[in-house]
Design a protein around this ligand. Structure first.
Ligand code: URA
Length: 463
């Protein structure tokens, strides 16, 4: 193959044939195309874009560059959720066991965090003994037996994406909608899904900062997923404020387990009924257990129930999901998943009972009474990363115990000296500097400001 002529064609804005795309992905994965030529092609794609047919060909070629999970036919459909990432976004953890209890199979292949956004695998690594690296056979086996798995991509799954992503990272070609779409979807398609819900975040701590860009990405991914035979829907969600009240690996596991506890489910159901047009975040109140995390978990489950025709309407689906959570079965399923992936439940429960596992905990307190009008997710993410809770490079180690909890959220009333956040740090000096930086993340206003809805739009077709 003359790859140079393909680079030149794309540079001139011409369309590549599916066979040409398949061939260069095959050759690049096999190592016969050098990185410098592939980087040039990626830059040409960055500037010229790809047609829908080209994106489809690229995605399928990337999926087929390695193993695709193979499941036996079963009445339980295969579903998953993908989030473009944010601060405190732990939805996958409670969602996988909930979906398994709703009668789905969930092969949830997840990633690690880089920069300020957290990764599901890093959160799970904070659980004693939990294994996130599983061979394909074990992934399929566990999904068949207990209904869900959350683990990392095997070395043999979508190797083309691994190589291409590494090059994009160092060649300034990450923020390209066709390349992001192909990268995310190739991995999801390798799970052999029937339905997929995408949580595309926008805001100061999101990959896509504006609603317009998030909508563009969501539409491209929804079109491609459906084109490739997976019933795909996207929700656009706000990531200006962290999700839930905790951010940081172990603290997020704790909050996820709390979300699975059945105690607050009747309240959740009531709130689902009274929710005005998806304005879920407006329901959050420090005085109740109802929170944006559980509502987003229920919303993702509800969309998948509707997509797979297990519920007729979103309202009915939300009730079905809330009732399932209330039954306590997903909490038990979580334990089952932990044990299947190597966890000693005794050690896990002992850790869970601790108020904190970081050596130092300090409270950030309000300096005046009023209403929280801003809780800046980007700043909070940066503080946690610098406490050691995130990575600056792919090779960096992580401190799983650091982070922030008891976050006060926009719309909530605070008194002078009310706790705005609790900082979990490795030592006193880190805690002190985090406390100073964190103050700037909060704004207290005299009046309660109207908070934006968490889910602002649902995209189920590219039109
Ligand atoms: N996540 C991915 O997996 N790929 C991208 O290109 C961007 C985000």
């Amino acid at each position: 193959m003359n790859f140079l002529s393909l680079i030149e064609s794309k540079r001139e804005g011409k369309t590549l044939a599916p066979e040409q795309i398949q061939e260069f992905i095959r050759e690049f994965t096999a190592g016969t195309i050098p990185d410098y030529q592939m980087a040039a092609m990626l830059m040409a794609i960055y500037f010229r874009g790809l047609t829908t047919a080209e994106i489809t060909a690229l995605t399928l070629a990337m999926r087929d560059s390695g193993d695709v999970l193979k499941f036996l036919r079963d009445e339980r459909l295969l579903v998953d959720k993908h989030s473009t990432g944010g601060i405190g976004d732990k939805v996958s953890l409670p969602l996988a066991p909930l979906l398994a209890c709703l009668g789905f199979r969930v092969p949830m292949i997840s990633g690690r965090g880089l920069g300020i956004t957290g990764g599901t695998l890093d959160k799970l690594d904070s659980i004693p003994g939990f294994k996130t690296l599983l061979p394909a056979g074990k992934i399929v086996d566990q999904v068949q037996k207990i209904g869900c798995v959350i683990c990392g991509q095997t070395d043999r799954m979508v190797p083309a994406d691994k190589k291409i992503y590494a090059l994009r990272d160092v060649s300034g070609t990450v923020p390209s909608i066709p390349l992001i779409t192909a990268s995310i979807l190739s991995k999801k398609l390798a799970e052999s899904l029937d339905a997929l819900v995408l949580d595309v975040k926008f805001g100061c701590a999101a990959f896509m900062q504006t609603r317009t860009d998030a909508r563009k990405l969501a539409k491209a991914m929804v079109a491609l997923g459906n084109e490739c035979g997976v019933n795909t829907r996207a929700i656009l969600t706000d990531m200006n404020t962290p999700l839930g009240r905790a951010a940081g690996n172990w603290l997020e596991v704790k909050e996820s387990v709390a979300c699975l506890e059945p105690i607050s489910c009747s309240r959740r159901r009531e709130s689902a009924h009274s929710s005005p047009k998806n304005s879920w975040r407006g329901l959050t109140s420090a005085a109740t257990e109802i929170n944006d995390l559980s509502l987003l978990v229920l919303d993702c489950a509800a969309h998948l129930l509707v997509q797979t025709r297990k519920a007729k309407t979103l309202a009915a689906a939300r009730n079905q999901a809330a009732d399932c959570l209330a039954s306590g079965a997903p909490r038990k399923k979580w334990d089952e998943m932990l044990v299947a992936q190597g966890t000693d439940l005794g050690a896990f429960n002992k850790k869970l009972a601790l108020d904190h596992t970081a050596p130092v905990v300090v409270e950030l307190k309000a300096e005046k009474p009023g209403f929280v009008s801003r809780c800046d997710a980007r700043l909070i993410g940066e503080v946690i990363r610098d406490l050691g809770g995130g990575r600056l490079t792919k090779e960096s180690g992580i401190n799983y115990d650091v982070g922030i909890d008891r976050l006060a959220k926009p719309g909530e009333a605070v008194q002078k000296s009310s706790v705005l956040a609790r900082i979990h740090a490795g030592d006193q000096s880190q805690a002190k500097s985090a406390c100073v930086r964190l103050r700037a993340a909060f704004e207290i206003s005299a009046r309660r400001t109207v908070t934006d809805p968490l889910v602002i739009e649902v995209i189920s077709s590219s039109k």
